[in-house]
Design a protein around this ligand. Structure first.
Ligand SMILES: C[S@@+](CC[C@H](N)C(=O)[O-])C[C@H]1O[C@@H](n2cnc3c(N)ncnc32)[C@H](O)[C@@H]1O
Ligand code: SF4
Length: 327
């Protein structure tokens, strides 16, 4: 029997974004509302044993890459232990982390030791006041986290900048310089209408095709390839090592090459970031489903993976926040 997961559109699924919590220690304007507390109960989170089991079955049918995400994954107690357990799965080739960086200083080294090779860090501004206005948090802590990740030998380190017109689009060139100086990769992201926060942020939507043209006026941009680059289309600035990824779900969607699904902290398997199709794995796991049945459930789920998101056609469709799905 074929041991890979292929959906109805011929896309091979080899990547799982694993949200370990929907909670977060920041409140980015485009993601989580200030004062929001309606989170999943910890008793409803998949345990580390349950996560490891689902991922073992997933790796048995071709998944090779896992990204730990959230919410803020570093707010989940003992994340390093989970990382080590996933890293020990024989067929897993790549374990990475998406974090806001706030608590990274104290965890970077242990995470690297546990097998987390690469890290993506959300950073919307290099100006302390503006950073705080966007996230509710402190920039210095994120900068310390970034330095710690570098010191721990994580590579590549990618900066995720959600670009918002009139909010931080005047900082893109500064961010380019910051990343050149430190050897980071830059990923510019278009706002997505996920939940009420995402829709409000979408009022500041900026088409990144225009940003690319703007950057080309200052820098000599060459097409580039980034191993594991996923949906970002990369350019390199000539004469530097800087690669810039453009994540353009709205202006130029990349659904035809989608290779991923998302497992939320409560065990909901979302088949597409921008659709509501899902399978609840937690009840099945807690009712004693066998590994063979779990594999069958995953196959049936992948067969239902939607063709594409409809962020443009139906911007009201997704009521859950990005932090719930695992961005
Ligand atoms: C949900 S966060 C989870 C990981 C971690 N807390 C972080 O901020 O990197 C993952 C990514 O989603 C992005 N994100 C959240 N809401 C978004 C939105 N409405 N549109 C575009 N990107 C969004 C964040 O900027 C971040 O890069
Ligand atoms: S983008 Fe990340 S850091 Fe910001 S609120 Fe969402 S989960 Fe938290």
């Amino acid at each position: 029997m074929d041991k890979s997961l292929v959906d109805a559109f011929g896309r091979q699924i080899e990547y799982v974004r694993l949200s370990v919590t929907d909670r977060c220690d920041l409140r980015c304007t485009y993601c989580l509302p200030r004062g929001y507390r309606d989170f999943a109960e910890p008793g409803d989170w998949l345990t580390f044993d349950e996560i490891e089991r689902v991922m073992r079955v997933f790796t048995g049918v071709g998944v090779r890459r896992v990204r730990l995400t959230g919410g803020e994954p570093l707010t989940r107690h003992n994340l390093t232990e989970l990382a080590a357990r996933l890293h020990a799965l024989p067929r897993l080739e790549d374990l990475s982390l998406s974090t806001n960086g706030v608590q990274l200083r104290k965890h970077a080294h242990a995470l690297r030791q546990a097998g987390v090779q690469r890290v993506n860090i959300g950073l919307g501004s290099l100006r302390p006041g503006r950073f705080s206005a966007i996230t509710g948090g402190r920039l210095d802590r994120v900068l310390e986290g970034l330095a710690a990740a570098k010191e721990a030998g994580m590579h590549p380190i990618k900066i995720n900048m959600v670009v918002m017109k009139g909010i931080n689009d005047d900082e893109i060139e500064d961010m380019v310089q910051f990343c050149i100086e430190r050897g980071f990769t830059l990923r510019l992201i278009e706002t997505m209408p996920m939940g009420a926060t995402g829709r409000t942020a979408a009022e500041h939507y900026l088409d990144l095709q225009a940003v690319r043209q703007r950057l080309a006026e200052t820098f000599d941009l060459l097409p580039a390839v980034m191993p594991g680059g996923g949906p970002a289309r990369y350019m390199q600035i000539s004469g530097t090592n800087l690669k810039i990824g453009f994540i353009t779900p709205l202006s130029q969607h990349f659904c035809e090459t989608c290779n991923r699904v998302r497992l939320a902290a409560d065990g909901t398997l979302y088949l597409c970031l921008g659709q509501n199709d899902k399978v609840e794995l937690r009840p099945l796991l807690r009712q004693g489903i066998s590994d063979a049945e779990l594999e069958e459930t995953l196959r049936a789920a992948i067969a239902r993976k939607p063709k594409k998101h409809e962020f443009r056609e139906q911007p009201q469709k997704i009521v859950r926040f990005m932090s719930k799905t695992g961005g």
